[in-house]
Write a protein that binds this ligand. Sequence first.
Ligand code: AOF
Ligand code: ZN
Length: 384
Amino acid sequence: MALADSDIAYLRRALRLAMNGRGRVEPNPMVGCAIVNNGRVIGEGLHEEFGGPHAEPIALASCTQSPAGATVYVTLEPCCHTNKKTPPCAPRLVEAKVARVVVGCLDPNPMVNGRGVKLLRDAGIEVEAPALEGPCKQLIAPFIARATNGRPYVTLKWAQTADGKVAGRGGQRLKISNNRSTRIVHELRSRVEGIMVGINTVMMDDPLLDARYASRPRHPARFVLDRDLRTLADARVVTSNAASTHIFHGVLEGAASRKRRDELEARSATLAMLPTGEDGMLDLSAALLGVAGAFCHELLVEPGPTLAGSFFRAGLVDRVWVIASRQKVHEASAPSAAAVPPDFVVSGRIDLDGDELTEYLNPASPYFFAAEPSADLVLAKGLG
Ligand code: AOF
Ligand code: ZN
């Protein structure tokens, strides 16, 4: 049977449901499932928590009538491998005697990747796969980065004024975004595995880079790009032990920088030397390899305009969040925000109590599959 409009609508429902697992299922993918019989949803569920049951068994258990003969809509291919935390889902669907399974996208996990679909078909179940590949892959883009062992999924985020400035006169610090925006950003911080800034941000703002205002504070590892090792041993990013701190630097010369290195290491910071590129700056591809080496496959970069420009030029950006406030600086000497490259696509835009959050995706990224709003953006809408 070919795909009907209603099939896509049920998959979309499962996709929205899956998003509610964001921040709790990682490093697993978000997955949603709806079970339909005679045009009625008889059960649904999502993968809610890492280590907990998958979406399909939750949906099966919620069924208000027997799932025998029903159609199962699931955003990700049901799993079939056994060397893991929970029993495989595909055999459960066979046992439940469902008639048809509509799969959003295949599981990029090499342990599954088509085998789940084959198991279902071999059992005589009709399978449509992949039925909504772009949106279902985009939902789990950071998981795809992890499963394929590529560079981390990279989000750049910054705030700017209505006249495109990121600071006040002569670069003075300026509070730009409102409290609601700060909370949304802390939610995002609590969901990623790593957060990165340049040394100028550490020197100017002395940030903690944690997720203290998130509903479930889970603090990402911190990465500082600091070619000349200027981070002070009493910088808050070093002294606060909410999460690990990694400092990437270039070749160090002289006793002073060696002393600094010893002081930072004594405070448990992890230091790593990186090559520099033609522009004399730290090589960002090497930095991302270092981030992945620290088991971080989803990275939030909170850059100043210079670092943002370097990331864009290197082609290493997957997603951008720009938070624009309504205020204007009216000051020529105030530094301007980086420009989002014109080929990036807007995947969504929401109002945050007067601030405007725009999400852009890079269509040239290896982790771009569809211009769909991320779970972070969709969930931000509902957060008061
Ligand atoms: C599904 N449904 O809801 C999810 C799947 O350690 P486990 O048992 O949680 O298995 C994790 C793997 O299962 C994960 O790497 C991915 O391949 C798949 N995730 N599969 O059928 C789900 N979350
Ligand atoms: Zn499963």
